[in-house]
Design a protein. Structure first.
Lengths: 280, 113
């Protein structure tokens, strides 16, 4: 059984560090069998914040796949990651630990992308944004898309003072350059960690506008996922639901989107109570 | 605005999710860091049904997002185990599917020790 706890980060070193076993190998991705329950000790420790938060798994410090020390800027994020680890039982299912994956990606940056590249990667989705890309038939689907997606486009246009529009053209909607500039400068105002989260959400939902709605707290995760999968839901209502495919994908999409959104919010919040340690 | 509902419901659902997570381990769910953090956060920000305070709405939205994450991860794992978790069939089972039986050689195969 895993027991997770928190420790003060490497920032201060103003009080004595607890001696801690350095694991022989970093925690590798992939399914692993955890050792027998008797081997892991129950240990709880909580230190007040003064730097980044680390996660300890039973006396061992958690590390990223690239063997960097796992530090997060936000306490809430550290709690959530620790809960993810705590919920693993006999095997470690990394595909369920979305927040851990996002933190690892932000810390390691394995694709070595800088801020501009991340913004470019997210903006690419705007040209073929799901809610701007409409069908022409069947009539009921056209109606549904208009009723569900038009309000979101309208909201985005009003909120960010841009023009987006929708199109049935196969080339996709024609997004004016000024709109792209506005969105790019909006994205540039987020830090690297939050950008990783934003890019993740955009990739999952295949829509920039829906992601903006999520980040702005205009849409709930369930609603955003529903809107992203609108045509699929339409077909399900018409032809029936296949639990092992539709529900499976729905739950996975919801989990990933929720993780991404939460990650963005936790990495970009600022409050006088919490300290931030951002690693670029 | 998103239809979040009353914050008390979100908190209750979150605690229920934490209970499910802790059901597997021996520790009571009230002992976990997540429980303490959530209860303290809700208490500190006094999330009420008022729509006036933006910080309260932010916290409630984060809580609702986390609830969605926990719930959908749990459902995902359940669905995975139910439909995709069986793994491969053994050789005997595979033979059984097509109505064949594996040969039995009481003396063992010639090359086996």
């Amino acid at each position: 059984m895993w027991r997770s706890c928190f420790r003060l980060g490497a920032g201060g070193a103003s009080f004595p560090r607890r001696p801690c076993l350095v694991p022989a190998a970093p925690v590798e991705p992939g399914d692993q069998a955890a050792p027998a329950p008797g081997l892991w000790l129950l240990r709880r420790a909580y230190a007040p914040p003064a730097g980044g938060y680390e996660i300890n798994l039973d006396h061992r410090k958690l590390k990223t796949p690239n063997a960097k020390l796992f530090t997060v800027p936000s306490e809430a994020l550290a709690v959530a990651v620790a809960t993810e680890w705590d919920s693993q039982q006999d095997t470690i299912k990394f595909y369920t630990m979305h927040l851990t994956t996002l933190c690892n990606t932000s810390l390691d940056n394995p694709t070595q992308r800088n801020k501009d590249q991340l913004i470019q990667a997210s903006m690419k989705f705007l040209d073929t944004d799901t809610i701007c890309y409409r069908v022409e038939e069947p009539e009921t689907l056209v109606e549904l898309q208009k009723n569900e997606w038009d309000p979101i486009i309208e909201w985005a246009e009003n909120r960010y003072n841009v023009k987006i529009g929708s199109s049935t053209n196969i080339m996709g909607p024609d997004i004016p350059a000024k709109t792209k500039e506005t969105f790019m400068s909006l994205l540039a105002s987020y830090n690297m960690w939050a950008l990783q989260g934003i890019e993740f959400v955009v990739t999952q939902l295949k829509s920039m506008v829906l992601s903006l709605g999520l980040i702005d707290r205009h849409l709930t995760v369930e609603k955003a996922v529903l809107l992203s999968r609108l045509e699929e839901e339409y077909q399900i209502q018409k032809w029936g639901n296949v639990e092992w495919a539709h529900d499976y994908e729905l739950q996975e999409l919801r989990a990933r989107t929720a993780a991404g959104t939460l990650f963005v919010h936790l990495c970009s919040e600022s409050s006088t109570v919490k300290h931030k340690l951002l690693q670029e | 605005m998103a239809g979040l509902g009353p914050p008390a419901r979100t908190l209750r659902a979150l605690l229920r999710e934490l209970r499910y997570l802790s059901a597997a381990s021996d520790r009571p769910y009230k002992d976990t860091a997540a429980y303490r953090y959530l209860v303290e956060a809700f208490r500190a920000h006094r999330v009420t049904s008022e729509k006036l305070c933006r910080a309260q709405h932010e916290l409630h939205f984060q809580a609702a997002t986390y609830l969605c994450l926990l719930r959908s991860t749990r459902n995902h794992v359940t669905l995975h185990q139910e439909f995709h978790g069986k793994g491969e069939r053994s050789v005997e089972e595979t033979a059984d599917v097509v109505g064949l039986k594996l040969p039995q050689q009481p003396g063992g195969k010639g090359w086996e020790p």
